[in-house]
Write a protein that binds this ligand. Structure first.
Ligand SMILES: [Zn+2]
Length: 208
């Protein structure tokens, strides 16, 4: 499915925050890019300052997706799993979760619960995807689902984990970086919270 993902116009940044941002100059704190080299963050800051971030994202990720329901998300995850990780255990549940906030340093989660029922060991694999991905470009949804599926094999974010992600999605590393740009964009265009005290802690480098 093709479509325009972003409904905003270029140049929409700012509103109430604009004056404050001007004061703080160009060295904006980029929460989603913590840990990235300064060369990268200053490039991103330049894109923001020149109002080019939205245009860049629109141009690079023009395709939306039509995976709106939990049922559709489950089918999507299962088909990716069947393509690449056929031998792993079945998924019991895949859902969008509106409670996963970026504040909790997570974009998705994967839980593996095993419990003994009588003589049997029952295990359940459940994947939750932050509901912001419902409206995100198709490539970003794919990236987060690939990430959570890779946890079926690798629990840690180690070398083997990222190799597996790249096996499923060769552009994985680029998508993860651009997802951070997308989240930065969302943060900049979101209505500022009413209470000034609600500060968003920086996102860790590890979603889920
Ligand atoms: Zn993870």
């Amino acid at each position: 499915m093709k479509g325009v993902v972003f409904s905003f116009q270029i140049g929409e940044y700012g509103g109430e925050k604009k004056d404050k941002e001007k004061e703080s100059g160009e060295m904006r704190q980029l929460n989603y890019l913590a840990g990235y080299p300064q060369q990268v963050t200053s490039q991103v800051n330049r894109l923001i300052a020149e109002n080019r971030l939205a245009g860049f994202l629109n141009q690079t990720y023009p395709a939306a997706h039509d995976i709106r329901t939990d049922r559709a998300l489950y089918d999507y995850a299962v088909s990716l799993k069947n393509e690449f990780l056929r031998s792993t255990q079945p998924l019991s549940r895949v859902i969008y979760d509106g409670k996963i906030q970026v504040i909790q340093n997570a974009l998705g989660s994967h839980t593996f619960v095993s419990r003994v029922q009588g003589a049997k060991l029952k295990s359940k694999h459940e994947i939750r995807v932050a509901s912001l991905f419902r409206d995100a470009p198709a490539d970003f949804l794919r990236m987060i689902v690939v990430h959570e599926l890779a946890h079926l094999r690798e629990k840690e974010h180690n070398r083997a984990f990222y190799k597996l992600c790249e096996y499923m999605e060769p552009a994985y590393q680029r998508l993860e970086f651009h997802l951070r740009l997308y989240l930065t964009h969302l943060e900049l265009t979101r209505q500022p919270p009413k209470q000034e005290q609600q500060l968003t802690p920086p996102l860790s480098t590890d979603p889920a």
